[in-house]
Ligand binder design. Structure first.
Ligand code: ATP
Ligand code: MG
Length: 482
């Protein structure tokens, strides 16, 4: 037993008080006496007693209410009440108040000491348990904190060292983190950018364009170009509860490869054109050398068909090369409705043969375009040509041209085979043909690449909406002339 335990007595002066004082001191306890309420409060605060014995009436106040106040501040302090008379009501109040026990006369010294020791033992058990629980919770918290700190450091090292540029921002586009790669990419100094607005801290037109477009739709990629020829593919990803991240990969070498490939294709197509013209010329001259038998006539016809096909392909490739190189600078006032008429005329035969239901709807308030009429015609030819080509007999093709603000919207829709969803993003690539088109209608996969290049060079946008087996709609947005 801890003999140094301090027992505080809050009893009015009486023989009982003396008795208790003596009994407890004799049992080895340190005993202190509070003479009034102030003394009691001071002692509980400063001396920190191990147990309190309080009279049912103390310094003119109710012992129960004083106990309640003391327990409010020291919930584990054992309190024993001394009452002049024993009763069941008293016992009930003791339990209700949360006291450890009570005495009432006749008092025997041994009983007093016994009760005090029992209460102390109970309090000690509670204290031990509390301490154990606190220690356990604390150590598990410390463990968790250590763990998350270690994780955070690990993550920081990983993000810091990856080759791709990583920018993390909050919802207001303030920087939360930039890694070393980003500093290298944008040539930033070592200053701390945390909390600064991204737009002004890393001033780059392409990056700002990405941020601007990220908020108005599901755009995910954007190229960031630098004057020294470097090109990065930047990707914007929203992060719930944090903001967003921009990651950037160096694609300069891919761009260079693409340029070399385009140069090669352009050179080859160019060099193929003269021999093709020569072959076509000779097939026409053959007739002049004498009559051909029907077999020879048929072969000659097929030969010419193939040469035509190759010539178209070569011309398409040359067109693409020119468009991609930015050589298409011819701009004049173009009235779309006129170009449309010419374009639809050339498909008249095919439309009749396939019994296609063609519906054309051109708005009256259409503004003019500032464009290259030859390219616009080429664009329409490809879109309408595809709609007819990939729509079965007796299907429908709708061509709709309207104004939306100062943009012209061209919508070419069909009830054809559609394009598988996972391939819709690829049909604008050179030579790409959707898996459901291969083996069906012939094509080289260049038409839509040309359409895309034309639309791009006119500062427009083109995309496809399609449901497999139901039909496709190609939509072009072009800025109208002011
Ligand atoms: P060409 O170079 O002769 O135009 P192509 O028609 O195959 O050949 P694109 O016009 O570039 O090439 O079209 C690419 C692919 O997109 C097509 O092969 C086809 O799979 C798909 N496609 C294009 N338009 C439609 C459409 N209206 N309906 C269904 N699929 C289409
Ligand atoms: Mg086509």
């Amino acid at each position: 037993m801890a003999k140094q335990d301090l027992i505080l007595l809050a009893l009015n002066p009486s023989p009982i008080l003396d008795l208790m004082e003596r009994a407890l001191s004799a049992a080895g306890f340190v005993v202190a006496v509070a003479h009034d309420r102030t003394g009691l409060d001071r002692s509980t605060h400063e001396a920190i007693p191990a147990l309190l014995i309080i009279g049912e009436k103390f310094s003119g106040q109710d012992g129960f209410s004083i106990s309640l106040e003391v327990l409010e501040r020291f919930p584990t302090l054992p309190i024993i009440l001394y009452a002049e008379r024993d009763s069941t009501a008293l016992a009930r109040s003791v339990v209700k108040t949360g006291l450890s026990g009570y005495f009432s006369p006749p008092l025997v010294m041994a009983d007093v000491v016994d009760e005090v020791q029992r209460s102390l033992a109970r309090a000690r058990k509670l204290g031990d348990w509390l301490r154990r629980e606190v220690r356990r919770t604390t150590s598990s918290l410390v463990e968790k904190a250590d763990f998350s700190e270690a994780e955070r450091q690990k993550l920081e090292i990983i993000i810091g060292n990856i080759q791709d540029g990583v920018i993390v921002m909050d919802r207001n586009r303030n920087i939360l983190l930039v890694n070393r790669a980003v500093r290298d990419i944008f040539n930033l100094d070592g200053s701390d950018l945390t909390g600064k607005p991204l737009g002004t801290s890393i001033p780059n037109e392409d990056l700002n364009a990405l941020l601007m477009r990220a908020s108005d739709g599901p755009l995910k990629y954007h190229e960031i170009n630098f004057d020294d020829g470097r090109v990065y593919n930047a990707q914007y990803t929203p992060i719930p509860q944090i903001g967003a991240a921009v990651t950037m990969q160096d694609i300069s070498y891919l761009k260079e490869l693409d340029r070399l490939k385009s140069d090669f294709i352009h050179t080859v197509s160019h060099d193929l054109r003269s021999p093709l013209t020569a072959i076509l010329g000779y097939t026409e001259l053959i007739h002049r050398t004498g009559p051909l038998n029907p077999n020879q006539e048929e072969f000659m016809r097929r030969l010419q068909g193939s040469i035509q096909h190759m010539t178209t392909l070569v011309n398409d490739l040359l067109d693409l090369g020119r468009l991609d190189a930015g050589f298409d600078t011819r701009r004049e006032v173009v009235h779309l409705e006129n170009v449309m008429k010419y374009s639809l005329d050339i498909f008249e035969n095919q439309i009749r043969q396939k019994k296609i239901n063609l519906v054309v709807d051109v708005a009256h308030n259409l503004k003019a375009l500032r464009a290259n009429p030859i390219r616009i015609r080429q664009m329409l030819d490809n879109l309408v040509g595809n709609a007819i080509k990939y729509t079965p007999v007796e299907g429908s093709v709708y061509v709709n041209v309207s104004m939306q603000g100062d943009q012209i919207i061209i919508r070419v829709e069909d009830t054809g085979m559609g394009i598988p969803p996972e391939e819709q993003g690829r049909v604008f690539e050179k030579f790409y043909r959707a898996s459901n088109a291969i083996g069906g209608a012939e094509g080289s996969g260049l038409g839509l690449a040309i359409v895309k290049s034309i639309v791009d060079s006119h500062q427009g946008r083109v995309w496809v909406e399609s449901i497999i087996g139901k039909g496709s709609a190609f939509i072009v947005l072009l800025p109208a002339q002011d």
